[in-house]
Design a protein around this ligand. Structure first.
Ligand SMILES: Nc1nc2c(c(=O)[nH]1)N[C@H]1C(S)=C(S)[C@@H](COP(=O)(O)O)O[C@H]1N2
Ligand SMILES: [Mo]
Length: 426
């Protein structure tokens, strides 16, 4: 006991910060100063070997919160919602990537993109119709869908406008690429349900329609429907949240988020794509030669350093660089990190599990000596595809594109350790 005390007083201890805090309060004489002093005193009283007040009486009852929520000290960890939009029914909120660990996005922080608001659907009244080029048209209840053999898989979901080509001005990792999240999805293989309906030989596409006010409609190539596509009813172990398509959505691993139709009500099996609004006027890019790049399904390999990242501040000495990488084409094979603005690259450690079409966490130990620099990450997937620099991307796609920007993201670090968006002028 006495040793512990000696140690504590010998180090830059809570005791000393407490004294400093008091001193400042006396000099400043401000309310803020008193608050700081009180905070310091409270911290000091809670530090070992003293016994904090939360040990002196029993805590809250079991079941005081039937559906749990994060600590009230984490109440600022919320979705990144744009301020003062004219309306919020066709809008998006982003995942706070820079404050999350691991690869799974908690359901309450999963990004949202709605084109006609969030419908409130009674699962008992919801039906899925499967028709068109099938032998046996079906109308299924949720109970009937859940009777099919099911599976659970971890996949990322990403909006293809993440970020738009002209929207790289964000301050945080979330501002830049917060329209990506990753979850464990449970549902039925789309293939299983299509086989139950029986596909006619001319079947080539499946047109999915959502039961929202936008009636979101997308054409899915049959090959994807017969591969890993899922009809999902649960996410991270519980039923889908209304924001994610309750009670039923399509999940197309690795394809642009827009095609994973939420609140799914209809699958129309066709010979041709529907050429709906979302695959003509939107989710199509104007190329330099004046043609349109349409049906850009695949989300190409991408990565971002989430710590250190924009608005954070680092201290000299040891800093772990960590972030996430993903590819619609399969597994991440390698992530390289540069701490000298791309002059040299070091292979980062990939944390297991490294799953196909899921977020992969990477880490690299780093000692920052205090010189201003720019840090980058570059993902390579198992097909050998390498994440490009923004200039390489625009050289091919021109500057009229909006979707599918998977450019390398630079974070600038100033002499004082401030981290800012490297796409912006210093
Ligand atoms: N019915 C319907 N499905 C939809 C949408 C929609 O507005 N309505 N938005 C799409 C878009 S653009 C994306 S990126 C993803 C977002 O899924 P999330 O909100 O679960 O993150 O859903 C897609 N599916
Ligand atoms: Mo999207």
């Amino acid at each position: 006991m006495s040793d512990a005390r000696t140690d504590r007083d010998g180090l830059a201890s809570p005791q000393r910060r407490h004294v400093l805090g008091r001193g400042l309060a006396l000099v400043g004489g401000a309310v803020v100063g008193n608050a700081a002093a009180e905070k310091a005193a409270a911290e000091s009283a809670a530090a070992p070997p003293d016994v904090p007040e939360w040990m002196k009486a029993p805590g809250a009852d079991v079941g005081s919160e039937p559906y749990g929520s994060p600590s009230r000290f984490e109440r600022d960890l919320i979705r990144n919602i744009p301020k003062s939009l004219p309306q919020y029914t066709s809008a998006s909120s982003r995942t706070p990537l820079q404050d999350l660990d691991g690869i799974i996005t908690p359901n309450g922080l999963f990004y949202e993109r709605h084109h006609g608001g969030i419908p409130e659907i009674d699962p008992d009244r919801h039906r899925l119709m499967i028709h068109g080029l099938v032998e046996r048209p079906l109308i299924l209840t949720m109970a009937e869908i859940r009777r099919f053999p099911s599976e659970s898989q971890i996949y990322f979901l990403e909006c293809s406008g993440n970020p738009g080509f002209e929207a790289m001005t964000g301050r945080t990792a979330s501002d830049l690429v917060g329209l990506v999240s990753c979850a464990e999805w449970t549902g039925v293989r789309l293939r299983t349900v299509l086989e139950e309906a029986g596909l006619k030989p001319e079947a080539r596409w499946v047109v999915a329609e959502g039961a929202d006010a936008a009636a979101m409609t997308r054409s899915i190539p049959l090959a994807k429907c017969l591969d890993d596509a899922m009809l999902v009813y649960s996410q991270n172990g519980e039923r889908l949240r209304p924001q994610q398509g309750y009670p039923l959505r399509v999940l197309l691993p690795g394809f642009e988020g827009n095609m994973s139709v939420k609140w799914l009500r209809r699958l129309n099996v066709t010979a041709e794509p529907a050429h709906s609004r979302e695959e003509t006027s939107k989710y199509t890019d104007l190329m330099p030669d004046g043609t349109a790049r349409q049906f850009t399904f695949m989300m190409e390999a991408k990565s971002i350093i989430t710590r250190p990242s924009g608005t954070q501040r680092i201290a000299r000495g040891f800093n772990e660089i960590t972030g996430i990488a993903w590819s619609g084409r399969g597994r991440i094979a390698q992530v390289e990190v540069s701490v000298d603005d791309g002059q040299s690259w070091t292979v980062a450690q990939l944390q297991a599990p490294v799953l196909t079409r899921a977020l992969t966490r990477f880490r690299l130990p780093w000692t920052w000596e205090g010189a201003p620099t720019t840090i980058l990450s570059r993902a390579t997937d198992e097909t050998g595809y390498v994440q490009p620099h923004f200039a390489e991307l625009t050289a091919v796609r021109g500057v009229k594109s909006f979707y599918h920007n998977n450019a390398i993201i630079p974070w600038r670090i100033t002499a004082s350790g401030e981290v800012t968006n490297g796409f912006l002028k210093a």
